[in-house]
Design a protein around this ligand. Sequence first.
Ligand SMILES: Cc1ncc(COP(=O)(O)O)c(C=O)c1O
Length: 425
Amino acid sequence: MANIDTICVQGGYHPGDAEPRQIPIYQSTTWKYETSEHMGRLFDLQESGYFYTRLQNPTNDAVAAKIAELEGGTAGMLTSSGQAANFFAIFNIAGCGDHIVSSTSIYGGTFNLFAVTMKRMGIDFTFVDPNCTDEELEAAFKPNTKAVFGETIANPALTVLDIERFAKAAHAHGVPLIVDNTFPTPINCRPIEWGADIVTHSTTKYMDGHGAAVGGAIVDSGKFDWDAHADKFPGLTTPDDSYHGVTYTKQFGLEGAFITKATAQLMRDFGSIQSPQNAFLLNMGLESLHVRMAQHVKNGQAMAEFLQNHPKVTWVRYSGLPTDPYYEVAKKYLPNGGCGVVSFGVEGGRPAAEKFMAGLKMAQIATHVADARTCCLHPASSTHRQMTDEELLAAGVSPDLVRLSCGIEGTEDLIADVAQALDAI
Ligand SMILES: Cc1ncc(COP(=O)(O)O)c(C=O)c1O
């Protein structure tokens, strides 16, 4: 494998002689063919090629190939958003009557997708604390369990998943581990190397990095043996009547079956594609991902250390702090640091946190995270403002909680801004 920095810059797209150096944006819905027979072979998946952008587009494929290479997978696909990526990753192998084990510590939008929308589709979820005992994890599995899901670094709880432990439990039950690796990105953690089978991303975050394009990605490790558990995954191991009777594992091998099925069935039917224009922007972000992640971590670590010693700060969560409950797990999975997101409590609760937010000059108030520009959110006065302090605590979001997503600005400027906002309380 090439150095990961080189993959960021050069992966996925390899122009031939006299071809454009930058990935061309194939701004075309459709492709023309000389004969219907040729197009027929494409539709039958006997030959690879392009015919309609809802299924595949060369710009998207090049960027997906880069992300797959970064994660050390065998195949990848882009989706319209991170939400679509997580939905596809699960719906590709689970349907009505099936069951999924998921960490409780996941992004709120994903939790809603699972606990409300996918539940309405007949898929049952059991949520487990990422710190649960082996017995509790074991007890979450059912005969109809089809996958285990977790986030490497959870948004916004900043818990760190013990990937090896969750992978081992999933594999003991003959099902894959799906890991949302949005926050660390493959620069800081490659879950496949620790046993994860499928990796998902909200590319909207660090991968794009510039707040320019909403997007998602799915990468398959190619390692999960669907055929060895054929009874659990008939969609991959038996003929697909909706697609000319193709059996995905037979025709595309373990390395290609999952992504080909997700493309041929789910993208065909749900159409949640990333626009080629957005894929182009995403690739521009990926070209500097390795450089940016180092600065996000530098700023996150410095900010966490500054906050920890500040008299107006009651608590700080950042896995790079030796006092953090996830410090030891992070040392294993995130040896070069995790990300730039730090959460902390302001002394004086909700009103003090509101004053802190009002005092910020450089850090921007935004629901967004994982952006080149520092952004800050006080859930109790914005996204969760309808909740009482008691309701907030029950939801795991304390009224004093501030989520600070450190960007890539100069460390001193960033700390100076937060320091003056704390002083102004
Ligand atoms: C960890 C994680 N996964 C998935 C998503 C959803 O991604 P998107 O907003 O691109 O749909 C988010 C969004 O914040 C996230 O933080």
